[in-house]
Design a protein around this ligand. Structure first.
Ligand SMILES: [Zn+2]
Ligand SMILES: [Zn+2]
Length: 246
């Protein structure tokens, strides 16, 4: 299989090293048909966009660049953070509507919605670094928060399920299928197992392979993810951004 799109990457508006222009140029240079800039939501500590109006600034910047790259469709999206046990995310409805792609993911270092979320959701994940006894409880809470987010928002893609914050893969995959959110294979972090892919595939998910690039040169580096899906017997029709190689 071959990738025609890379739908998860970061620019200097969050913690990426490439400017919007550098990223778009890199995506066009490798011949992608579609590419998305999805900077971190504002409540991601230290790396978020700071203010959600930044997404409108990025959109404006991209609008000015589109005519230079006529063969590349550029989408401006966000990788939003889950900030409560009820699946709240760190973007307003207005911003979500203005975005062309909504990725939602669990990240360990976020400003929680309330003090209670700070304790039950954010800090409980931190305790996993010292003790494994909390793991089942935390996995259950993380899964619930992620599934709730899919139920409440128009989530196009769930980023890196099971990275740093454990989730129940089957439950997440079931929700992805139910709510029409793609299940991401993330080559930037490259942590996913074939067992997880098989479990998710069994629930009928649509996969997407993304680089989560933080450097222009990482955009479109999707081979490890494509190979993983091929080994699991996933076909291009079960993906958002792969096609059969000629
Ligand atoms: Zn992420
Ligand atoms: Zn990311």
């Amino acid at each position: 299989m071959k990738a025609i799109a890379d739908l998860h990457s970061h620019s200097t508006y969050s913690d990426g090293r490439g400017t919007v222009t550098e990223n778009i140029r890199a995506a066009a240079a490798i011949g992608l048909e579609r590419y998305a800039i999805t900077d971190h939501g504002p409540q991601n500590i230290g790396v978020g966009v700071g203010d959600e109006n930044k997404y409108l600034v990025i959109k404006e910047e991209v609008r000015g660049l589109r005519e230079n790259f006529p063969d590349l469709q550029v989408l401006v999206g966000a990788e939003a953070d889950i900030i409560s046990l009820e699946g709240d995310i760190d973007l307003s409805r207005e911003t979500i509507e203005a975005l062309e792609l909504l990725i939602v993911g669990l990240h360990p270092y976020v400003w929680p919605k309330t003090w209670k979320d700070g304790w039950d959701f954010v800090l409980s994940n931190q305790t996993l670094r010292v003790t494994r006894s909390m793991e089942e409880k935390v996995r259950c809470r993380n899964t619930k928060a992620l599934v709730e987010a899919m139920a409440r928002y128009p989530v196009d893609i769930v980023s890196h399920p099971n990275l740093e914050m454990p989730v129940e893969i089957r439950e997440v995959a079931r929700a992805c299928h139910k709510y029409g959110s793609a299940y991401e294979i993330n080559t930037g972090h490259n942590f996913q197992t074939i067992e997880d892919v098989l479990t998710a595939a069994k629930e009928g998910v649509t996969f997407v392979v993304n680089s989560d690039a933080h450097f222009p040169e990482s955009i479109g580096r999707l081979d490890i993810g494509i190979e993983l899906l091929e080994r699991a017997g996933v076909s291009p029709e079960q993906t958002l951004n792969l096609k059969a190689e000629q």
